[in-house]
Ligand binder design. Structure first.
Ligand code: ADP
Ligand code: MG
Length: 866
């Protein structure tokens, strides 16, 4: 193999230490990638692939190479990260001009999905979490960090209960996870398959003693217990591992991560990932987009941190009446103060992403424009706070006392120019009057520019030639004379360059001036940078204050958003209690009512309690609105527990501890891969996880298997949910097995409801109203007709239906033998003989659809009459 150069040796050394990353190796103005990295990057980023040593005779030994200019590297890095790669940035860590031999290089930062801070790589409305998860005999723990904002929290869970951990992961949706090796495969599969999270296993990071040291050093405490990390060794391991990982990859000041929230459980409503997705809380299921989700309806926030906060409220509803009422009262304040609210919404528009800006300030990547953005944001705060003045609710009263950071605003305003350049290295950003030296150098530069003009004038006068003073990077300042008159020049002119129609000269005087000028320019730029970084450091020292104010601004913004939605979408303040009663009057589906523009949304009541109306069985034809009704009920509960007003005329909400949903397999086609097995796994999870205080939505479960199986399972699950000795949870149960309505008479606490539809001729009209009582029919064939299935097929289906019903092979499964069947009659019991005879006589092939319907109508009437 051909000899490798010292630089390539340096490259290979660094690459070896960062083998799990794509190494961006700084060479002059470029980042270069070599070998496999180059192959990957050229493929993923559409970069031209070249080779390093083109002179090597053997093409197989040539090292593939590609590169990106350093000034546009961020966009390329962002794309690689989004595709799940990790990128190590290797810089020249000494000045090439001063290096003896090879320039020293080192990795200054590793960028990964969970450690992105660049605004170009992040969605401003979504928090980007990194997490560390570990488990042991005493339980498990997960630590979450948001590097761009400094948020850090840890939750721990008792042994044997993985579901809470998985639910938290589902709510935080981390982009990246570091996990200890005790984590099971099922767990990592959840992270990678369900959450599309980049997972890395490590045990070294989780070594207990080491994590204790890391935590103590990070927070300057003697023991992790000082931070509230008591009672869980796993929590200590998770926090320590996460901090260590950040330290190893970021290699810079991370003092914006200065608070640890310890969540020992119980503060938020847990939502499992199925429920979270099928309720479309933050993303529509079909598209994966925010549009069409609950958050999309609620989000009228004006600031990025408000947007992130509201999203977290939606993902983590509350379970304490006190907390919920605090939010609701604040929303009510803003709801009632129309003028203040609209002015707040306007004022908040001027507030930028304070939380991420202060993060970048501490991190050391903020430029002077970021500082200006902070200044303008802070400047808007006093008027925001003043607008809250008339409001009295406890949460708003507390928000009124927010630190307006006037000193922060002033110091930036007084130091940084109004429209500073993007680069912090080229000067032009510090105001006059801030630094005497800056002012002096600027005056010098101004004078020298004047001096240059003076030289030009003087030389013109002296020589009588049409000369001018110019500048280029190679020769510096020069005197340029047209070729026609450049033969004779004064003695002190030194000829430097001959061009087609002019010649260029320098003089001693010009050189001296140039030295002062360029020296002054460099010094000025360096000095301005120093003033800037000094200011940035001073601001960084205020990180805690700025973060606190940012949190307050986010809260005001999120509350305003909820109030504005309440007004615009006609929501009402719910009554919250612990009665176990849900009493919703004229409830609506918050998203469907907005999305559906062609028809008015029909409101419906819902009443459930822990006693006589524990379980509602909802029947009705396909497309009647069963799923919509069940979801709106659950969404109203979730909204209320987020502290939001609800789409109803009135609502009394007895708190629930959890909401569970399962949508039957064949209804869940959007997920693309739902099978009966998945459906049953999820039903199992619900039956294990729910309590008497839960609200369960079972939407046509048991569809993915044969009729008998399906009906049997549906019935057994329903019995389990409703039985007080087993679950006794509030359950909304929709089914197309209208035979199951018989249960109403068999189990106390079960009530039948149906969504009414009317047949008119061959058509079916949906009334969208929920009414007591079960549906008499599935109307499946009518709906098929409505959907455009050819008339001949519909005719055939009707005949087949009649045959099946007559022969009894689709008869309802027998009620439990000990119980009375409550007088429910089946088709085969009544007038079966006559109906069968009529059918046998009928020539199906000659019937028109209308005649068929009329016939069916008659037959049905016969059945009912008897
Ligand atoms: P089902 O579950 O009974 O098959 P869906 O709940 O999916 O029916 O409802 C079908 C469609 O009917 C919805 O997409 C919606 O457009 C409309 N719909 C449902 N409920 C209402 C309502 N209360 N008012 C107006 N339109 C409704
Ligand atoms: Mg449905």
């Amino acid at each position: 193999m051909a000899e490798i150069t010292p630089m390539m040796r340096q490259y290979f050394n660094i690459k070896e230490q960062n083998s799990d990353c794509i190494l961006f190796f700084r060479l002059g103005d470029f980042y270069e990638m070599f070998g496999d990295d180059a192959l990957t990057a050229s493929r993923e980023l559409d970069l031209t692939l070249t080779t390093r040593d083109r002179r090597n005779e053997n093409p197989d030994e040539r090292i593939p190479m590609c590169g990106v200019p350093h000034h546009s590297a961020e966009a390329y890095i962002g794309r690689l990260i989004a595709k799940g790669y990790r990128v190590a940035i290797c810089e020249q860590v000494e000045d090439p001009a001063e290096a003896k031999g090879l320039v020293d290089r080192d990795v200054v930062r590793v960028i990964t999905p969970g450690t992105r801070i660049e605004s170009s790589m992040l969605d401003e409305g979504v928090s980007n979490y990194l997490c560390a998860v570990c488990a042991g005999e005493d339980g498990s723990a997960a630590c979450f960090a948001e590097l761009s904002t400094g948020e850090l929290g840890v939750s721990f869970y008792p042994a044997g209960d993985d579901s809470r951990l998985l639910n938290d992961l589902g709510a935080f949706m981390p982009a990246e996870a570091v996990v200890s090796s005790e984590a099971t495969d099922a767990f990592t599969a959840f992270l990678t398959d369900k959450l599309d999270c980049l997972v890395q296993r490590s045990d070294a990071l989780f070594e207990y003693d080491h994590t204790v040291d890391t935590i103590c050093a990070w927070f300057s405490v003697d023991s992790p217990e000082t931070l509230g990390l008591t009672g869980s060794k796993q929590a200590v391991r998770a926090v320590g591992a996460l901090l260590e990982y950040l330290k190893n990859t970021q290699k810079t000041d991370l003092s914006h991560i200065n608070r640890l929230l310890v969540n020992s459980g119980g503060a938020f409503m847990e939502l499992d990932i199925q429920t979270l997705r099928s309720m479309e809380l933050v993303a529509a299921q079909r598209t994966g987009e925010k549009k069409g989700s609950l958050l999309w309806v609620l989000d009228k926030t004006k600031t990025p941190m408000g947007r992130r906060l509201l999203r977290s409220w939606v993902l983590r509803p509350l379970v304490s009446t006190v907390e919920i009422k605090r939010r609701l009262d604040a929303v009510e304040d803003l709801y009632a103060n129309t003028v203040a609210r609209s002015e707040l919404l306007r004022a908040l528009r001027d507030v930028g992403d304070i939380e991420r800006i202060i993060g970048r300030i501490v991190y050391g990547t903020a430029n002077s424009r970021d500082l200006k953005a902070l200044e303008y944001s802070v400047k808007a705060l006093p008027s925001v706070l003043a607008l809250l003045e008339p409001m009295q609710s406890s949460l708003i009263s507390k928000l009124k006392t927010t630190d307006p950071l006037t000193d922060v605003e002033r110091v930036i305003r007084e130091t940084i120019e109004d429209d500073p350049p993007f680069s912090v290295r080229e000067g032009g950003m510090i105001r006059t009057g801030v630094s005497e030296e800056v002012d002096r150098l600027r005056a010098l530069l101004r004078d020298s520019t004047g001096a240059m003009a003076e030289i030009e004038a003087a030389e013109r006068a002296r020589t009588g030639k049409k000369l001018k003073v110019g500048y280029n990077k190679v020769f510096g300042y020069y005197i340029e004379i047209p070729r026609s008159s450049s033969e004779t020049v004064p003695d002190n002119y030194i000829r430097k360059q001959t061009l087609a129609n002019c010649e260029r000269f320098i003089t001693q005087e010009l050189k001296e001036l140039e030295t002062t000028l360029l020296g002054a320019k460099d010094r000025l730029a360096a000095l301005e940078y120093e003033v800037f970084t000094d200011l940035r450091d001073r601001l960084a020292a205020n990180v805690g204050r700025v973060q606190a104010t940012s949190r307050a601004a986010a809260t005001i913004d999120a509350l305003c958003s909820l109030a504005e939605t309440a007004v615009k979408n006609n929501f009402a303040k719910p009554e919250i209690d612990v009665s176990g009663v849900l009493d919703i009057r004229d409830g609506r589906h918050p998203v469907v009512e907005v999305m559906q523009t062609d028809a008015l949304f029909v409101p419906n009541d819902a009443y459930m309690d822990t006693d006589s109306a524990r379980t509602l069985i909802i029947t009705g034809p396909n497309m009647a609105g069963k799923s919509t009704y069940m979801r709106q009920t659950a969404l109203i509960v979730l909204l209320a527990q987020m502290g939001s007003f609800v789409p109803a005329r009135s609502a009394q909400i007895g708190l629930v501890d959890r909401v569970f949903t399962r949508i039957g397999a064949s209804d869940d086609l959007s997920a693309g891969k739902s099978t009966f097995m998945v459906e049953m796994t999820e039903v199992a999870e619900i039956l294990h996880g729910a309590t008497a205080k839960s609200l369960i939505l079972l939407d046509e479960i048991g569809r993915g298997t044969s009729t008998y199986d399906g009906m049997a399972i549906a019935r057994a699950v329903l019995e389990h949910c409703t039985d007080k000795k087993r679950l006794g949870a509030k359950t909304l149960f929709s089914t197309h097995y209208h035979e199951l309505t018989a249960i109403e008479n068999e189990i106390a606490g079960v009530k039948n409801f149906s969504i009414s539809a009317k047949k008119r001729g061959g058509d079916i009209i949906f009334l969208r109203k929920i009414v007591p009582g079960g549906a008499d029919d599935s109307y499946g064939i009518e709906v098929a007709g409505l959907a455009g299935v050819p008339a001949s097929v519909i005719r055939r289906a009707k005949a087949e239906l009649a045959r099946l019903e007559q022969s009894g092979s689709a008869a309802p499964i027998a009620a439990q033998p000990t119980q009375d069947d409550g007088g429910q009659l089946s088709l085969t019991d009544v007038g079966g003989g006559e109906i069968a005879r009529t059918l046998q006589k009928t020539q199906l092939d000659t019937l028109t659809p209308i005649e068929a319907l009329n016939l069916l109508f008659e037959l049905k009437k016969k059945a009912e009459d008897q």
